[in-house]
Design a protein around this ligand. Structure first.
Ligand code: NAD
Length: 296
């Protein structure tokens, strides 16, 4: 039994904390939202009244927060001041590399071990305990990080030093955004050329066009394994989340002097007027005409 503090119990963190409690760890959970705390309590977590209370005697602190400013503030103003120095700190949020490195430096200065460990896999994987974690931390700390993440993970990979987990995450998601756009455009063109979607799927998924966006998460209804396309585009990875990740990638590319014109292509646009447009999902884009221009 490990004493875990879990901060941020939203769509992702809720399921992740529940898996830690299910693994018989003692989870003290905190979120600003009362509704998420109620759910966490129903899943076997102990509700804390503040970050300070949650981390007070923690052996492991896990955070799953919206963005860099939340992570800087929760660690800088609360976790580092109230957690025992022996606690292992793991941030699983998707944030910018600079924030991850800044928090790691602050944590090290205060005598803590810290890892950035963003995830691949959505809400269903968070609930099922099948997330893939990409970890940036000192090599010596990786075995402890891996053990702490195990109840939530199907894979945990050491990407490198602090910030490397976030670098891997934004590169991966930029690649996903680009491949999903290409997949949508290819299916839209196939349709215009009179090719049946299921025939094109059968061919592309066994040919050189094969990729996760085609074979596993095909954005066309009734084609391939079940995806949000088969549920009127409900569920799946929200457009806003993908745009956040693509912006992180563009900001990082600008700072690093890397040319990434394909990753820069998607941007918010006015949704078209088809019924699924309001779902505002990138996986898939709301419809094929949106898909042909941008993922929103
Ligand atoms: P979410 O908005 O559902 O959850 C974030 C939670 O953090 C909210 O419940 C919010 O109340 C809480 N929070 C914010 N500030 C806080 C503070 N100061 N103290 C305590 N709690 C605070 O978001 P999510 O979908 O769970 O995503 C969380 C992170 O995971 C994001 O960084 C996101 O990019 C990443 N991510 C999401 C998905 C996905 O499919 N949703 C997939 C991979 C990665």
């Amino acid at each position: 039994m490990t004493r875990i503090a879990f901060i941020g119990l939203g769509n992702m963190g809720g399921g992740m904390a529940a898996n830690q409690a299910r693994a018989q760890h003692r989870v003290r959970a905190f979120d600003l939202s009362a509704a998420t705390l109620e759910k966490a309590a129903a899943c076997g977590c102990h509700v804390a009244g503040s970050v300070a209370e949650a981390v007070a005697d923690a052996e492991v602190v896990i955070t799953m927060l919206p963005a860099g400013p939340h992570v800087r503030s929760v660690y800088g103003e609360q976790v580092l001041a109230h957690a025992p120095r022996s606690a292992l700190l793991i941030d699983c949020s998707t944030i910018d590399v600079d924030s991850a490195r800044a928090v790691a430096r602050q944590a090290a200065d205060a005598g803590f071990r810290f890892a950035d460990a963003p995830v691949s896999g959505g809400i269903m994987a968070a609930e099922a305990g099948t997330l893939a974690f990409m970890v940036g931390c000192d090599a010596a700390d990786f075995p402890a990080v891996q053990a702490a993440l195990a109840p939530m993970a199907r894979a945990t990979i050491h990407a490198g030093d602090h910030g490397a987990g976030q670098a891997a995450k934004i590169c991966n998601n930029m690649l996903l955004g680009v491949s999903m756009l290409g997949t949508c455009e290819a299916f839209a063109l196939a349709e215009k050329l009179g090719l049946a979607a299921e025939r094109f799927f059968e061919i592309a998924s066994q040919s050189s066009g094969q990729c996760w966006s085609v074979s596993t998460y095909c954005p066309v209804e009734g084609v391939g394994p079940s995806t949000p396309a088969d549920r009127h585009y409900e569920g799946g990875f929200a457009t806003a989340m993908m745009l956040k990740d693509l912006k992180l990638a563009q900001d990082a590319a600008a700072k690093a002097g890397a040319s990434t014109p394909m990753g820069a292509r998607p941007r918010p646009s006015t949704p078209c007027s088809t019924p699924t447009a309001s779902a505002a999902r990138i996986s898939p884009p709301c419809c094929r005409c949106c898909a042909a221009s941008s993922p929103t």
